[in-house]
Design a protein around this ligand. Structure first.
Ligand code: SF4
Length: 644
């Protein structure tokens, strides 16, 4: 009953949130979430842009938690959404519940390294080199501040710390002594954690949720940005051992050996670096990778020894002995931390060299030399066992989860095949707000130079006809760079920026402010870009966003699915590409007043049978053909206002 009252036209939400208007889809989602919580069910909800899904799950979750003295864990993929929930949406929800006489407590938790550790700060201040060095005054100020601070979160610090200093004072789970440590009474992370243990709603991120870290007990789980869950789990449940990691660890071990006067540790570090480098380089060469010219290339690890070089294990033991001998000394914490890192490196190597079933493993040449990687191929099973086996009601949601088979494929892939499902369309009117042009006839991408030139020429023509900002989405950095260089020569009257020119947020701010800029992006720019208004008037999807079938992970996935009786293209490649295509399309219309066009330059959309799977996944919108119709779409008629 309270839920209906909250979402009514004259309900609590309307009273606390000026300008809010009832939306049938938002209310329907809220009811479904409330029911899933009450009935202890699993629920997967796709809620199109504009449904207002954050409030649609937070309000029923808050009511359920406060009334039943329970706790709901809400997980997001990005820090931006985590901060939006805690700083924007949850204060609104708290005011809504206050209207009903219900007090709501909420808190945010992040990974360990986002918190100041008072113990490490104290240890660092005791070290002669730090006490007299460039950080001395900052450390004194931090120490004074920490005595009255209520939160140790990095964003709560009174001043921004350089990353190199932050790494020395951030909480490190490997050396955290917890209640047994001398700084427990002053521990700021403890305060953040205690707040979370008293909260009804705790906002975390996927990385923390999957990390295996001890979280406050919770009675229900809501996963937002659930389209990222598979990738987050693939990364979290995977392993990596690189030459860069070996060198960083052994260099730091040498430094620690010098400070502590431990000659045996210095020798062990030298030997581990040499043996680690030889081992990794040898494996790379065995698989045809030999130098920087192979950067970004990878090969499935077809054969490898079943154990790592003994010198790496010897280093781990030397660090353990050094830490034990340094008990009570200022460098003890550093040695313990290095020992934990060495142990983790050895564990990761073991996981790669003796892999669990259904694991892909490969060798690649990265920016800092050879690296070994492993990733699970059965992410659904891992999530089912690691996250969904807790027996609490679970809701997964995002604006884009469905592909050709609706939500079935997604539910299976993430390990929640029996969850109830709900798909809610965006309330926006795509028929009047959006136009779609599928371009046919560009040269075959196999002819890279000719294709890049044609893409750049077409994009320049499009830009000339679109009065607002144009967003070009690529599937490969190589093509992006070529087209960027060509466009900069052709377009002189507008800024032309490429992803990486500045930080993600800064670049998007520049783009939104410019109003008519051209922005080229890959990967992360297919999602999470939210630029309403004319500053983003046209989205160009350069190619259908299929995964790189030549990558070792995709090759391993193909073999695995075929062994399991599945079909790589039907069961994985196509649904994932359709989902990403919808995400790219979804960058266009961000409010009820937005108007704009999506142009796809990949003729497979029209010429291949599977093109229909992409086209039918989009909301119905006006189809246009050619540059003149594109220009006409953006030319307001006399009786129309300028596109907003
Ligand atoms: S309990 Fe852990 S985080 Fe807290 S002060 Fe001690 S070592 Fe640091």
């Amino acid at each position: 009953m309270a839920l209906l009252e909250v979402f009514a036209a004259d309900g609590a939400l309307a009273r606390v949130l000026p300008g809010w208007e009832p939306r049938a889809a938002q209310e329907e989602m809220a009811r479904a979430v409330g029911q899933a919580l009450d009935c202890e069910e699993g629920l997967v909800v796709e809620a199109g842009t504009g449904v207002g899904k954050s409030l649609a799950y937070l309000i029923p979750a808050a009511l359920w938690a406060v009334r039943g003295a329970r706790r709901v864990l809400v997980s997001t993929h990005t820090r931006a959404l985590q901060e939006q929930l805690i700083g924007g949406d949850l204060p609104v929800v708290a005011r809504v519940l206050a209207e009903l006489g219900l007090p709501l407590k909420s808190a945010m938790l992040m990974g360990a390294d986002n918190y100041l550790c008072v113990q490490r700060l104290t240890n660092l201040r005791l070290r002669p080199d730090a006490a007299s060095g460039e950080w001395a005054e900052t450390l004194t100020r931090l120490d004074a501040w920490s005595r009255d601070a209520q939160s140790g979160h990095r964003s709560a610090l009174p001043e921004a710390l350089p990353q190199s200093l932050w790494e020395r004072v951030a909480r490190d789970t490997d050396v955290c002594l917890g209640p047994a440590g001398p700084a427990w009474e002053r521990c700021l992370w403890r305060r953040d954690r205690e707040r979370a243990e008293k909260a009804h709603i705790v906002v975390v991120n996927h990385a923390l949720l999957l990390s295996g870290a001890r979280l406050p007990p919770f009675d229900a789980l809501i996963i937002d940005e659930a389209h990222n869950l598979e990738e987050a789990a693939t990364s979290r449940y995977g392993s990596e051992a690189s030459l860069g990691r070996v060198v960083a660890l052994t260099d730091e071990a040498r430094l620690a050996a010098r400070l502590s006067g431990d000659a045996a540790l210095a020798d062990a570090a030298d030997a581990a670096q040499a043996a680690g480098a030889e081992f990794l380089r040898g494996l790379a060469q065995d698989h045809g990778l030999s130098g920087a010219e192979d950067e970004a290339s990878g090969r499935l690890l077809e054969s490898a020894p079943s154990s790592a070089p003994a010198a790496l294990l010897t280093l781990e033991q030397a660090l353990a002995s050094g830490a034990a001998a340094a008990e009570g000394r200022a460098w003890e914490a550093d040695l313990r931390s290095l020992h934990a890192r060495a142990a983790q490196l050895d564990a990761d190597l073991a996981a790669i060299l003796k892999p669990a079933p259904a694991t892909a493993r490969w060798v690649a040449w990265g920016r800092r030399g050879p690296e070994l990687r492993a990733a699970p191929l059965d992410v659904g099973r891992r999530l089912a066992e690691g996250v969904f086996s807790r027996g609490v009601p679970t809701v997964l949601t995002s604006a884009t989860l469905a592909s050709g088979d609706g939500l079935k494929g997604f539910k299976t892939r993430v390990g929640l095949p029996d969850a109830r499902e709900l798909a809610l369309d965006s309330p926006y009117d795509y028929r009047t707000q959006a136009a779609l042009w599928c371009v046919d006839g560009l040269p075959d991408p196999k002819d890279e130079a000719e294709h890049a030139a044609a893409v750049a020429a077409t994009c320049a023509e499009i830009v000339a006809r679109v009065p607002g900002g144009v967003f070009l989405l690529f599937s490969s950095w190589k093509l992006l760079k070529k087209v960027h260089a060509l466009l900069r020569r052709r377009i002189k009257n507008r800024p032309v920026w490429a992803q990486g020119a500045a930080g993600h947020e800064a670049l998007l701010e520049q783009f939104a402010e410019a109003g008519d800029a051209v922005l080229l992006g890959v990967d992360t720019f297919w999602q999470g870009v939210d630029v309403p208004g004319p500053a983003l008037s046209c989205v160009v999807l350069v190619k259908l966003p299929f995964s790189n079938v030549g990558s070792p992970l995709e090759e391993a996935r193909r073999r695995y699915l075929e062994e399991e009786g599945g079909d790589y293209f039907r069961d994985w490649s196509l649904p994932k590409a359709v989902m990403k295509f919808r995400q790219g399309f979804g960058r266009l219309i961000r409010s009820g007043r937005d108007r704009g066009a999506v142009v796809c330059l990949d003729s497979r959309l029209l010429r291949k049978g599977y093109g229909k799977a992409f086209l039918s996944s989009l909301p119905p919108c006006r189809r246009i053909e050619g540059l003149d119709e594109l220009a006409a779409f953006f030319t307001p008629r006399a009786d129309e206002t300028t596109p907003a």
